[in-house]
Design a protein around this ligand. Structure first.
Ligand SMILES: Cc1cc2nc3c(=O)[nH]c(=O)nc-3n(C[C@H](O)[C@H](O)[C@H](O)COP(=O)(O)OP(=O)(O)OC[C@H]3O[C@@H](n4cnc5c(N)ncnc54)[C@H](O)[C@@H]3O)c2cc1C
Length: 479
């Protein structure tokens, strides 16, 4: 135990980790008049702001601009091969982070009345945390320490330099041939961004790329990415890595055949591991395993005074999930609503490739396993007038309902899928029936009209037939 403690703090709520989840709890707590201590060992804003959502979307946005220049021919505008200033792209990404950073800053939280301590936190016992020179006792603790890149034990990987999400956004140069290990959302987003910014890119995935999404829709994305020039190797294992700066050799094997892929740079995007190391969870009586801290549906750990939220709990790892967890903690810890609990069936997620892939509720497979008889509704972007105007016709919506029309899930692949999915998030969270999705007026011409069209197809029959599609189009227009 540290005997040089200069300060002993007694507080209502002590939050460990100032990322998406921790900041939300701290801000809500302080605004509700609760005494809050927030402890952060590295950068305020956590992964999302500094190494995750924000820089990745900024990089994708730069790639999108470049691609628009190359693909303008269909609009009658002479296409051009963009000249990319990689230092400029880096600065754009960092400027976006800097523009958002004040929202998450020490100053902002101190201004709200939160006591911010910038140091690693470690439990001393079940009711005390040490951070810097302070010992903090709290009525409730919230562990929101997030996750880090999980680097697999690939032979030779420790001998070469490679990027992870924590370093790739510092790059200021063109990566001639980037090899991405991992075909999940992070790997695929980074692969497309770099491809569009002029790199040659190869993705190596041991199983199926974008394997957590509905395969029918994931295939639309993969096909599009391949058309753009991305080399995606699925069912391919990485057996070893060797080489030096600018000359990386990745040994892969697929179907019993080995091959060497030669590239200049390597990005490891093979999943995440929970940030548990510094915490001394045993001292706190908090159970965990290699996936993360174990919590019940109210985000309570094995120590009833301690909650854990966000990536560190090892479930769906998204910023909006960490925020959702934060809301449950606030309801329980401050409003004493002990019935507040997580419903994983209403959580949406989006992969921000172009085309985007968005999902909420159950996928077709999940719904079939759980309910047996379901209805699957589909509607193509190509039947949407706005999609035609934008030359964005490659995409579809797929909606899953129960036998009586209860909406169980929705998946969208295509332009702005992440925006269009929002009303299905509402519908599923409110337990709505597909009938309600026919009873609203959609401004014309918008991509979101596909939501109404697909709902009408529930009543009209299979959307595959041109006759039915025409009928649905006219019915939907009637409002
Ligand atoms: C490349 C990439 C892109 C992503 N894109 C998206 C996206 O588009 N949309 C989306 O929803 N999600 C996205 N995510 C996921 C998202 O970033 C995370 O789900 C989210 O940041 C989790 O929030 P959190 O509060 O659990 O953890 P974090 O935001 O990681 O915050 C944890 C904080 O705890 C601190 N900490 C750790 N240990 C200690 C300790 N002992 N003491 C004190 N502080 C500690 C860390 O320094 C960190 O600041 C992306 C992730 C990556 C890597």
């Amino acid at each position: 135990m540290n005997l040089d403690v200069s300060e002993k703090i007694d507080t209502d709520l002590c939050v460990i980790g100032a990322g998406s989840g921790g900041l939300s709890v701290a801000a809500a707590g302080a605004q509700l008049g609760v005494k809050v201590v927030l402890i952060e060992k590295h950068k305020m804003g956590g992964d999302c702001l500094n190494y995750g959502c924000v820089p990745s979307k900024a990089l994708l946005a730069a790639g999108r601009r470049a691609q628009i220049m190359r693909a303008s021919g269909e609009f009658g505008i002479v296409p051009t091969s963009p000249s990319i200033n990689h230092k400029g792209v880096h600065d754009h990404v960092q400027n976006v982070i800097a523009a958002i950073a004040p929202n998450d800053s020490v100053e902002r939280f101190t201004g709200m009345g939160v006591r911010v301590i910038e140091a690693p936190a470690r439990f001393l016992d079940k009711t005390t945390v040490a951070a810097g020179d302070s010992h903090i006792k709290a009525r409730r603790f919230v562990i929101a320490t997030g996750s880090s890149p999980m680097v697999p034990p690939i032979p030779g990987l420790d001998m070469v330099s490679y990027f992870t999400n924590e370093t790739i956004f510092d790059n200021q140069e063109k990566l001639q041939h980037l090899i991405v290990i991992g075909g999940g959302p992070i790997g695929m987003e980074m692969a497309q961004a770099h491809l569009r910014l002029g790199s040659r890119v190869t993705v190596v995935e041991a199983l199926k790329a974008m394997g957590k999404d509905d395969p029918e829709l994931a295939d639309v994305v993969l096909k599009h990415l391949r058309t753009e020039g991305l080399d995606i190797r699925e069912s391919t294992r990485v057996e070893g890595v060797e080489g030096g700066a600018g000359a990386i050799r990745v040994k892969v094997s697929a179907n019993g055949t080995s091959e060497i892929i030669e590239g200049t740079d390597l990005l490891v995007a093979t999943g995440r591991k929970p940030n548990l190391n510094d915490l001394d969870l045993d001292a706190a009586g908090v159970n965990f395993d290699r996936r993360g801290i174990k919590v019940n549906s109210g985000m309570v750990t094995s120590n009833s005074r301690i909650f854990a939220i966000g990536d560190v709990t090892g479930g769906l790892q998204f910023t909006h999930v960490a925020n959702y967890h934060a809301g449950i903690v606030i309801r329980r810890a401050i409003f004493r609503l002990l019935t507040a609990k997580v419903n994983n069936d209403i959580i949406p997620w989006v992969t921000y490739t172009d085309p985007e892939l968005a999902q909420v509720g159950l996928t077709e497979d999940q719904a079939r396993k759980r309910f047996g008889k379901i209805k699957v509704l589909r509607w193509p972007y190509s039947e949407n007038d706005r999609a035609q105007a934008e030359h964005a016709t490659s995409g579809m919506i797929k909606v899953i309902t129960g036998r009586k029309g209860k909406i169980l899930g929705a998946s969208i692949v295509g332009e702005h899928a992440g925006e269009i999915i929002q009303m299905w998030s509402l519908a599923i969270s409110q337990g709505m029936n597909i009938k309600a999705m026919t009873a609203w007026i959609s401004p014309y011409p918008t991509l979101s009209e596909i939501n109404k069209r697909v709902a009408f197809s529930y009543f009209a029959g299979a959307a595959g037939s041109p006759l039915v599609r025409t009928a649905v189009n006219w019915l939907a227009k009637l409002g």
